[in-house]
Design a protein around this ligand. Structure first.
Ligand SMILES: [Mg+2]
Length: 258
């Protein structure tokens, strides 16, 4: 989860701003968390406290209305009677990472990924994006290699995951849907050999960088851990109540029986 949050914070200043300059620090004084972090923390709250996903996401939206939300999500967030709206936006994948770190079996992870997606993103592609991301995290946590993860995600979720990284980098364009962001995020997280490398790949791209780095960051955390300096910088960028929830999440996730 903290890897996803760090990815969001690192790339926050590049989603609508100029691409990062290679060789400059990953986290800058004006780096900040965005909607991706707000909903990731809300997912953790559901797992910790048994709050249902729709309630947690609506409350998180209401408490953070100044973030740049999608129009349909805002309409949903403002109307407690509104059901899912058949979305396949990448919001379902960017908020799912805590499920991959919390659940103790792949079956549980896939079930909870579907539940967390389906309150808004009930289109099959919205659910597939969340499940594929959670699946990759579960496998990475148990020590699977990047190649094994890619093969499992191909087989279970049907993404091709065959684009060479330089092609992804060369052809990447701003994209907000699961089909356009989950495959490159998984591909890059599985191809890299360090957490920093996963963060560096997006630098200079004209892309939905904060969400790409958020999705890839959760998987990269499960593969490599989050380096201490990135962990500390990311935590410093959060609100005190977010820090408290993140700390409680890791403590309780580590203490859960197998
Ligand atoms: Mg964002």
């Amino acid at each position: 989860m903290l890897g996803a949050i760090a990815g969001d914070i690192i790339e926050s200043i590049h989603e609508f701003g100029p691409p990062a300059v290679p060789g400059t620090p990953l986290i800058k004084p004006h780096s900040h968390y965005t909607d991706d972090t707000v909903l990731t923390v809300a997912t953790a709250r559901c797992l910790l406290d048994g709050v249902d996903y729709a309630t947690a996401y609506r409350e998180a939206y209401q408490a953070n209305r100044d973030q740049s939300w999608g129009l349909q999500f805002m309409q949903w967030g403002d109307d407690p009677d509104r059901g899912p709206y058949n979305s396949f936006g990448n919001g379902s994948a960017m908020r799912v990472s805590p499920i991959g770190f919390w659940t103790r079996s792949l079956e549980d992870a896939l079930r909870d990924a579907e539940r967390s997606a389906a309150v808004t993103h009930d289109h099959p592609e919205g659910i597939r994006g969340a499940q594929a991301t959670a699946h990759a995290i579960v496998l990475a946590r148990t020590g699977a290699s990047g190649e094994v993860i890619l093969e499992a995600v191909r087989e279970h979720h049907g993404y091709a995951l065959d684009e060479p990284i330089p092609v992804i980098q060369r052809t990447s364009r701003y994209n907000e849907i699961c089909q356009g962001t989950v495959p490159p995020a998984i591909r890059i997280a599985c191809h890299a050999s360090s957490f920093e490398e996963v963060m560096q790949v997006w630098i200079g791209l004209d892309a939905n960088t904060d969400t790409l780095a958020c999705i890839a960051g959760g998987i990269a955390e499960a593969r490599f851990g989050v380096p201490a300096w990135i962990r500390e910088a990311a935590m410093q960028g959060l609100e005190p109540e977010q820090v408290a929830l993140v700390e409680r999440f890791y403590k309780e996730a580590g203490n859960r029986p197998n």
